[in-house]
Design a protein around this ligand. Structure first.
Ligand code: SF4
Length: 92
């Protein structure tokens, strides 16, 4: 069984470099699942983000169920998280 990850805001300094901070009023990072153009706009910002890897890791580890994080939708993250959990379980 995977232990829950406790999020501590003190360890999320990567957020200060997030590309979405510059467009937060223009681009939705919590689009409807059917709104493919809005999802594409959010992903385009993530593609330029210097902390995309840290963002995605955080979203996977804390099991964020909504929004585009690290350039990935919730559905895409669920698949990554499943593989991540399998790897942890196989290693233990
Ligand atoms: S990867 Fe996307 S959601 Fe994450 S911090 Fe960067 S721009 Fe924001």
């Amino acid at each position: 069984m995977v232990s829950p990850v406790t999020f501590d805001v003190r360890f999320s300094t990567w957020r200060e470099d997030a590309a979405c901070l510059d467009v937060i009023d223009e681009v939705s990072f919590f689009p409807d699942a059917e709104d493919l153009s809005a999802i594409a706009r959010a992903k385009a910002v993530c593609a330029t983000c210097p902390v995309a890897s840290e963002c995605l890791t955080w979203a996977i580890e804390t099991n964020q169920s909504e929004g585009v994080w690290g350039g990935h939708t919730p559905k895409e993250r669920r698949s990554i998280r499943r593989r991540w959990i399998e790897e942890i379980e196989q290693a233990s």
